[in-house]
Ligand binder design. Structure first.
Ligand SMILES: Cc1ncc(COP(=O)(O)O)c(C=O)c1O
Length: 384
């Protein structure tokens, strides 16, 4: 029998039918009073979840578009940006800066480890010309959760623009943009916000906005000065044709998160992640990410010696209809990634663990099945 694939990938994540159906509503026109409240309510709820009272704009793009929006609007040609790399998405910021012919100082962190304030301080000391710092909140390629609060506290009086990539992190993990002194925080619809892909988001502090006013944007489509002007019109509008139906879905998802309470979502993900990690430990699978940088969004672990991650992914998808993720780029041959966010529950984590065990038995790594499922069940039963 054909069954829907369960997405246990760290974005896009598994979604509710109600969220998908909300997007199937009849189309409305984006320059009317039918659409403006949809956009406005999305922004209001997102500000709450970003922990900000400052400006927040939506972009018609995935997360990379929001990353590009940040760099294109915040730096003058020739300025230098410190790009912290704790995985593929940190590297992406370096590439975007280079595409706009900005100078970069790269801080590449050790595998499995988050960046420390001391490392950032040393880079700034050595390169006082640095105008901005980019750090990935939750590095989806490596499972590293960087300590944005500590970095923000350190950077607050250094006169730099602090940019955080919150794609996959914001909405799924506690995040307090204003309290943590983040100047620019960005994200996208398809991960922590439990909606389909297609909408990016970017929030800016007053300090960041003052800088935007002085910068000639590198490009036109993502020029935030145009977004601001259109939002301040008689009918608050989005400058171009937005992903209207994705925004319908996004609004449904945001309302749902609000109804449940975002803190309860965090707790739910904590439980699911803990249950998954208990199983991996019981199966003697080695985690990639060091403990103090571990995130509840996803768990990254080494495939057993001699078994290719891609074979595990393929078997689980083709035979059982569960899609987990392999490692990205240099980690493709060694790592596996399983998410614990989305419209999923204990049932889905237990199913994933059981089918992973069956797969690992088939490939000869496990002699017996059941230890993982048992550990997950115990963890769930004891979770408070
Ligand atoms: C942390 C992080 N940053 C940026 C991106 C890029 O987002 P997108 O694929 O939506 O362009 C992703 C997507 O996986 C991500 O997880």
């Amino acid at each position: 029998m054909e069954i829907d694939t369960l997405l246990m990938t760290p974005g896009p994540v598994h979604l509710d039918a109600e969220v998908m159906l909300a997007g199937a509503r009849a189309l409305t026109h984006h320059r009317t009073n039918d659409f403006a409240p949809v956009y406005t309510e999305c922004v209001t709820l997102l500000k709450k979840f970003f922990g900000t009272t400052q400006k927040l704009y939506l972009t018609t793009s995935s997360g990379t578009g929001a990353m590009e929006t940040a760099i294109a609007n915040l730096f003058h040609e020739g300025e230098t940006v410190l790009t912290v790399q704790t995985g593929v998405f940190g590297v992406r910021f370096t590439k975007i800066c280079e595409a706009f012919r900005l100078k970069t100082v790269v801080l590449a962190c050790e595998d499995g480890k988050g960046v420390t304030v001391e490392q950032i301080a040393a880079a700034l000391e050595e390169n006082p010309e640095i105008a901005g710092v980019t750090v990935t909140f939750n590095e989806t390629s490596t499972g590293i959760r960087n300590n944005i609060e500590a970095i923000g506290n350190f950077l607050q009086d250094k006169g730099k623009i602090f940019i955080t990539d919150g794609v996959s992190g914001i909405g799924a993990l506690p995040f307090k943009m204003d309290e943590w002194h983040v100047d620019v925080a960005l994200s996208a619809s398809q991960k922590g916000f439990l909606a389909p892909p297609g909408v990016g988001m970017i929030a800016l502090s007053e300090k960041a906005w003052n800088k935007v006013e002085t910068v000639k944007c590198h490009g036109y489509y993502f020029d935030l000065k145009i977004y601001k002007k259109d939002q301040e019109g008689a009918i608050p509008a989005y400058p171009w044709t937005p992903a209207i139906n994705v925004m319908f879905s996004l609004l449904e998802a945001l309302r749902k998160i609000d109804r449940i309470g975002i803190e309860n979502c965090f707790k739910h993900y904590e439980k699911l992640a803990g249950g998954l990690r208990a199983a991996l430990k019981a199966m003697n699978l080695r985690l990639f990410t060091e403990e103090n940088a571990t995130s509840n969004v996803l768990t990254v672990f080494y495939a057993p010696e001699g078994v290719a991650p891609k074979d595990i992914v393929t078997e689980m998808r083709n035979r059982y209809g569960i899609l987990i993720a392999g490692g990205q780029e240099q980690f493709a041959a060694t790592l596996l990634r399983i998410t614990t966010i989305g419209a999923i529950g204990e049932r889905d984590v237990l199913g994933t663990v059981a089918l992973l065990e069956m797969t690992l038995k088939k490939f000869g790594y496990l002699k017996q099945v059941g230890a993982g499922v048992s550990a997950t069940m115990e963890y769930f039963l004891n979770f408070k």
